[in-house]
Ligand binder design. Structure first.
Ligand code: NZQ
Ligand code: ZN
Length: 386
C-alpha cells in the first residue's frame, strides 16, 4: 500500500425528512445564500423545505446554475454574495450546483477582478487562504461532490478541475427521497459516474490494498445489483439509498487512499462534454470499455481480479476473461439505457482530432496510473470508442 493522508471533515446527514435539522447545522444568525439549478429544486418542493429548515435566518436565493457550471454564471453569484455580506452558502442540487458553490466559496474572498485564477489553480498554483463555509442538499447521486473538495468548472470551451481542502462541505444532507424525481437517464448517468469513479481508483495495478480493493468491489457489485431496479422503481427507497451512499463513498477519498489512480476516462470525457455536450456520466460509459481494452496489458492483474471478483468469470484464458469482463461492463451500461459508442451521439471519426487538440491544449498529455497515455494513445482510445 502506498503512503497517504486521509482527511475528510464533512458531516453526513443521511435519511428521509431530515431537512428540519438544517437549523442545527447552519450557524445561528447566518446570512444564507441558497444556490440551485434550472428549476427542479423549485418544482419538486425541495427548495421550500430547505427554506423552512433555515428558521428565521436571512435567506437569499440564486437559481440558474446550469449543468457543467459556467464561470460567467457563477461570477454573478459571487457579486450577489459580496453585495449582501452573505456568510454561508447552501447548495441544493447535483454535482453542478455543488461544484459551482465551491467555486463561489473560493472566489468571493479572493481578489476582485482576479477570480479566473481560481479556475486555473491546478495549472498555475496560487495560495488560497480562505473560503466561505457551505453545506449541500444532494438531489442527484453521482459525483461525490457532497463529500470531497473537488469542483469542475467550465470556462469558455474547457472544463477545469479545482481541488482545495478549504472546500469540503461542512455538511451534506443525503435524503434518497429528494432524488425520486430524477428522470431515468440522469439516474443512469449517476450510476455510470459512480461506477467509473470506482474503477478509476481500482483497475490500475496491485499494491496489496485489501480494504480499498474489497470496498471498491463492494460498490461495483452493489451498483450492478441495484442499478436497473432503481431506474425501473425510482421510489424504491432501499435501492435508491444504496445508490446514494455508493455515489458518496466512491469519491470521498476512502477507496483512493494509498492506491494508484487512473483518471483517463474522466479527463477525455470532460473534453467530450465541452465539445459535444454529452452528459458527464455518459462520456464515461462510452470511454471506459475502450480505455480498459487499450490499456489491457498494464492493467492485466487488476482486470483479472475485476473479472473474477466482480463478474465471477473464472474460466478461459487470461485474455478471454479480460475481454468478457470488458464486454460485461459495456452490457451493464447499455442495460441502464446508455448507448456506449461515440457514433450514437453523432460524433464522427473526423471529430477525433478536435478532442486530441483540446487534450493537448489543456496539458493532458500524460494520463493514466503510469502517466503513459500520450496524445497518440488517447487518439487510439477515442477511435476504439467509435
Ligand atoms: O438544473 P436542474 O433543473 O436542477 O436540473 C438538473 C440538471 O438538469 C437535474 N436534476 C438534479 N436533481 C434533480 C434533477 N431533476 C429532477 N429531480 C432532481 N432531484 O439533473 C440535471 C443534471 O444535473 P448536474 O448537477 O449537472 O449532474 P451531475 O450531478 O451529474 O453533475 C455533473 C457535474 O459534476 C462534475 C461534472 O464534470 C459535471 O460538471 N463532476 C464533479 C466531480 C466532483 N466535484 O468531484 C467529479 C465528477 O467526476 C464530475 O466531473
Ligand atoms: Zn465523474
Amino acid at each position: 500500500m502506498n503512503k497517504f493522508d486521509f482527511y475528510n471533515p464533512t458531516h453526513i446527514v443521511f435519511g428521509k425528512d431530515r431537512l428540519k435539522e438544517l437549523d442545527k447545522l447552519v450557524p445561528q444568525g447566518a446570512r444564507v445564500l441558497i444556490l440551485y439549478g434550472g428549476g427542479s429544486a423549485k418544482k419538486t418542493g425541495t427548495l421550500q423545505k430547505v427554506i423552512g429548515g433555515l428558521g428565521n435566518r436571512t435567506v437569499f436565493e440564486f437559481g440558474g446554475i446550469e449543468p457543467n457550471p459556467q464561470f460567467n454564471t457563477l461570477m454573478k453569484a459571487v457579486e450577489l454574495v459580496r453585495q449582501n455580506n452573505i456568510d454561508f452558502l447552501l447548495a441544493v442540487g447535483g454535482g453542478s450546483v455543488m461544484d459551482g458553490t465551491k467555486f463561489i466559496a473560493l472566489a468571493t474572498p479572493w481578489e476582485q477582478g482576479r477570480e479566473e485564477e481560481i479556475v486555473f489553480l491546478r495549472y498555475r498554483p496560487i495560495e488560497i487562504k480562505s473560503a466561505l463555509p457551505f453545506g449541500t442538499v444532494v438531489t442527484l447521486p453521482a459525483t461525490g461532490s457532497e463529500m470531497n473538495c473537488t469542483a469542475v468548472i467550465t470556462h469558455n470551451q474547457g472544463k477545469f478541475v479545482i481541488s482545495n481542502p478549504l472546500v469540503y462541505p461542512a455538511f451534506s444532507f443525503l435524503d434518497p427521497t429528494l432524488t425520486f424525481s430524477l428522470p431515468p437517464h440522469q439516474v443512469a448517468n449517476g450510476i455510470a459516474d459512480t461506477f467509473v469513479h470506482t474503477t478509476e481508483q481500482y483497475i490500475t495495478y496491485p499494491v496489496d490494498a485489501g480494504f480499498q480493493d474489497r470496498t471498491a468491489e463492494g460498490i461495483l457489485q452493489t451498483l450492478i445489483e441495484i442499478g436497473r431496479k432503481t431506474i425501473d422503481e425510482p421510489e424504491d427507497y432501499d435501492a435508491r439509498a444504496n445508490l446514494v451512499w455508493c455515489a458518496t463513498m466512491a469519491l470521498n477519498g476512502l477507496i483512493g487512499a494509498g492506491v494508484p489512480q487512473d483518471w483517463t476516462s474522466h479527463m477525455i470525457g470532460h473534453e467530450l462534454t465541452a465539445l459535444f455536450h454529452i452528459d458527464h456520466g455518459t462520456t464515461l460509459a462510452i470511454l471506459l470499455p475502450s480505455v480498459l481494452t487499450v490499456l489491457k496489458d498494464q492493467k492485466r492483474a487488476k482486470l483479472l481480479q475485476y473479472a473474477e471478483r466482480v463478474w465471477n468469470i473464472n474460466e478461459g484464458s487470461e485474455d478471454s476473461r479480460i475481454e468478457e469482463a470488458i464486454a460485461k461492463t459495456r452490457e451493464f451500461f447499455e442495460s441502464l439505457g446508455i448507448k456506449t459508442h461515440l457514433t450514437d451521439y453523432d460524433v464522427l471519426d473526423s471529430d477525433i482530432e478536435s478532442v486530441v487538440h483540446a487534450l493537448e491544449e489543456h496539458g493532458l498529455t500524460a494520463l493514466s496510473e503510469k502517466g503513459n497515455v500520450n496524445l497518440e494513445i488517447s487518439r487510439k482510445i477515442l477511435l476504439g470508442a467509435m
